[in-house]
Design a binder for this molecule. Sequence first.
Ligand code: ARG
Length: 233
Amino acid sequence: EQSASAEDMPTYIVGTEAQFPPFEIVDSGGNVIGFDIDLLNAIAEDQGFKVEYLDQDFAGLIPALQTGNIDIIASGMTITEEREEQVDFSEPYITAGLALAVTVDNDEIQSVDDLQGKTVAVQTGSTGYLKAEELKDAGAIAEIKDFPHVNEAIEELKIGGADAMINDLPVTEAFIAVQPGVIKIVGEPLNSESYGFAVRSGNTELLEMINAGLENVTASGKYDELLADLPNY
Ligand code: ARG
C-alpha cells in the first residue's frame, strides 16, 4: 500500500485562544506553540492529516466550530455536560482544575470561604466563569468581572479592580513562573477537570481519527515525552 502524499492529506482548521500557557501560547515568531499544539500535531501526523491554527477569543470557539469556520477546538477546553450538548469531545487528554489566586500582598483571602463581598476576575466563557457564577448565586462573592484573556484578569488583580481570580491551576502557575512576585495561588484546587479536543457534533470521522491518534501517541511514549516538556512553555 502506498502512503498518501502530503498534497492528498486533508487540512483541518484548529481554533485556539493562544494566551493560555503551557497549553497554547504565541512564540516570538508569531507561531502558536504549547502542549495542546504539540499533542494535536503528533495526532495529525499519526493519522495523516494536516492542521492550521487560528487564534481567537475563547468564548467564540464553540460558535466558530458550529458555523464551520473551524474544524477542531484545541484550547485547554474542559469537557462539560453543557458543552457536550453543543460539540463532540475526544477522549480526555489531560486533567487540570481551577484554582484561586490573589495578589502576593493579600493576606486576607486564603480560600473561597474568604470571598464574601469580593470581586472575582475570570476569563469570559471559561469554567472559571461558571464557578464564579455558582459562587455568586450562593452569595459567596459579590461581583464577577470577565475578560477575553487571562492576562487581563491578572492585570485587573494588580490594579485592585478585582480581589481574586479563578482560573485553571497550571495556567496560573505558568503566568507566575514568567512573572513572579505579582500574584499567588491560595487554598486547595476548587475542582478537577478534564480537557478534550472538540469537533462539530456528528463529525464522527474526524473524532475517531483524533481518538485513534491519541491512543497511538500514548502507546508509543510520545505523549509522555510531550508531557515532560510542559514546564518549558
Ligand atoms: N479549561 C477552561 C475551560 O474550558 C479554560 C480554558 C481556556 N482556554 C484558553 N485557551 N484560553 O473553560
